[in-house]
Design a protein around this ligand. Structure first.
Ligand code: FAD
Ligand code: NAP
Length: 533
């Protein structure tokens, strides 16, 4: 493989995106001695944690785990202040990483990548950015699973006289809602985190809910120094243990079925996990996402909690989800349900009376009108494929990724896609990604990609591409596994169901620990399922 770059704009590798994934990819590729350029659309690094500055934004996997492990020194030095760090703290951490490892000199900010075309003659990617063309042998998409925002196209939106905000594009200077009539559209994780804080400020808050969600209390608190010391005493061991757990996080899995124990024991288990707080609630029994009757026991427990917290029974009922718990991503909150006891908060159920139009001074559902000074779109993302498909990506014979993925994304291991040589996806569709603690998943992908590039170089190879047969088998396997679960039973963003017209395909792969073994095995067998050239 040519190590030499051809001009200052020709690189060994281009990485698109400077979040957790892009930063670490740059670090690893630089370590291999490659010339690398990272392009980032935002005016700063951090990805998710740069864009999502809404009130209450924080991680829902504990910070001691939702952080890099590639540098033992970094891991020891960094002090998280809370169990679940806030967005500003996570962004500070990523800024620290960028400085500590001198990453910034290879990152071009405010530079959106518009297209990436594979040139068969040279075997290089021709990449067009907002600030001109570049080329690279390897093109690595670190564009994020949840970075392309989804704003429903409500009629009249452009005529709204007040301010509108999307949680995923929050103004850096913050927003003062004091004295304002605020509408929040959506009740997913972003809404559930922001609603309690917006309610404390606003004159009145209207929450427009299409589907209620299950949320578990965070019980967030300053980190206990003793706990930090015990984790840091054997951080590698802590990470290794978590890597063997479902979702790659420290959620103790109860191996028994929820239906194997009696109602009292179940109630005790759920209560203890509710008290512990966080997503570990969902590993109370091994079959919660496999068996509807088992799932019902957990769902019923949370519905009872909602009724015990929310004073108005009609509001409690409207907040109580009917769908399978965990089918849409479980939320983690601080005071979410209790917020609906406030006199200045109104829940508007739009499930059977949808938002019909935005008016200059508010919005109208098919049932009633609401006067609003500002609207918060907590309406989520065109997840997993949105950021990739908004780049004009063309592989061999000029075939577009858009065309190839018209019926839904197709990848091998979520890392590569047939017909697109030397294109790598970090946490692409078909990998555990959003069904796991994402930072370790990102590190696993980055390490795999870096090791793969090092292997190609050592073997004197220039090209790697998933074979159609390996890809077909992987896609079938991902679908088969999803089909054995309750995930396909509701309209979640995992299925693309939140974006009108998006193909309904379950995009992530459920199976964190075995997936890593599979990736390692593929590499050990000389990249089985990939064609090398
Ligand atoms: P991102 O952080 O999304 O970064 C991708 C970057 O690529 C963005 O900065 C974007 O601007 C850039 N980009 C995209 N397209 C282009 C282009 N064409 N040209 C140039 N740049 C481009 N996961 C967890 O595991 N635990 C959590 O607690 C958790 N909390 C979350 C909270 C929020 C509010 C959200 C939205 C997501 C959360 N996630 C969480 C998922 C989170 O996205 C990942 O954990 C992780 O931050 C993703 O990192 P990334 O680098 O892959 O992508
Ligand atoms: P989301 O989960 O997709 O929620 C979007 C909300 O908007 C849903 O309630 C959805 O209703 C609603 N909505 C969309 N279109 C609508 C329409 N036309 N009319 C009315 N309502 C509409 O998005 P998110 O809350 O931004 O979260 C996305 C993911 O990011 C999470 O699942 C999680 O993985 C991650 N995240 C994590 C945290 C955290 O706690 N650390 C915080 C934020 C985000 P329907 O359900 O009916 O579609």
């Amino acid at each position: 493989m040519a190590q030499q770059t051809h001009s200052p704009r020709d690189f060994d590798a281009v990485v698109v995106g400077a979040g957790f994934a892009g930063l670490y990819m740059l670090y690893r590729l630089r370590g291999l001695g490659l010339s690398v350029r990272v392009f980032e659309a935002g005016s700063g690094i951090g990805g998710t944690w740069f864009w999502n500055r809404y009130p209450g934004a924080r991680c829902d996997i504990e910070s001691l785990e939702y952080s890099y492990q590639f540098s033992p020194e970094l891991q020891q030095d960094w002090e998280w202040s809370e169990r679940f760090a806030t967005q500003p703290e996570i962004l500070r951490y990523l800024e620290h990483v960028a400085d500590r490892f001198a990453l910034r000199r290879d990152i071009e900010l405010e530079t959106r990548v518009r297209s990436a075309h594979f040139d068969e003659a040279s075997g290089r990617w021709a990449i067009d950015t907002e600030h001109g063309p570049v080329s690279a042998r390897f093109c690595i998409m670190a564009t994020g699973c949840l970075s392309s925002t989804n704003t429903p196209k409500f009629p009249g939106l452009d005529r709204f006289a007040g301010a509108t905000y999307h949680t995923g594009r929050w103004p850096h200077e913050g927003v003062d809602f004091s004295g304002k009539r605020v509408g929040v559209i959506g009740t997913g994780s972003s809404a559930i985190q922001s609603i309690p804080l917006i309610a404390e400020q606003a004159a009145h808050l209207f929450v427009f809910q299409r589907t209620p969600n299950y949320s578990i209390p965070a019980h967030n608190a300053p980190l206990d120094p003793e706990r930090v010391a015990s984790v840091k005493a054997d951080y590698a061991g802590f990470r290794a243990q978590n890597s063997q757990r479902p979702f790659g996080a420290n959620f103790p899995l109860n191996e028994v079925s929820a239906l194997q124990v009696d109602a009292d024991e179940r109630a005790r288990e759920y209560e203890s996990r509710w008290e512990q707080g966080g997503l570990g609630f969902f590993t109370a029994y091994h079959d919660l996402i496999l068996d509807r009757a088992a799932n019902d026991t957990a769902a019923e427990f949370v519905r009872a909690k909602i009724h015990s917290i929310v004073r108005d029974p009609a509001v409690a009922e409207a907040l109580s989800p009917e769908q399978v718990i965990g089918c849409k991503r479980l939320c983690v909150d601080t005071n979410y349900y209790a917020t609906f006891n406030r006199p200045n908060v109104t829940l508007v159920d739009v499930s059977d009376a949808p938002i019909a139009e935005i008016l200059p001074a508010g919005l109208r559902t098919t049932r009633a009108s609401y006067e609003l000074d500002c609207i918060v779109f907590a309406t989520g993302f065109d997840a997993m494929t949105g950021a990739l498909l908004s780049i004009d990506i063309r592989g061999k014979a000029g075939r577009t990724l858009h065309d190839k993925w018209a019926e839904g994304p197709r990848t091998y291991l979520g890392l590569g896609t047939a017909g697109f040589p030397n294109l790598f996806l970090i946490t692409g569709p078909g990998s555990p990604s959003v069904l796991s603690n994402m930072v370790p998943s990102i590190e696993q992908h980055v390490n795999w990609i870096a090791d793969c590039i090092a292997y190609l170089r050592a073997q004197g190879r220039e090209r790697i591409e998933a074979t159609p047969a390996a890809e077909d088998a992987w896609v079938a396997h991902v679908n088969e596994v999803a089909g054995m679960t309750l995930y396909p039973s509701c309209n979640s963003w995992y299925l693309g169901a939140n974006v009108p017209g998006k193909p309904r395909v379950f995009m992530p792969y459920l199976g964190f620990p075995p997936y890593v073994e599979k990736c390692n095995e593929v590499a050990a067998k000389g990249y089985e399922g990939f064609a090398l050239g």
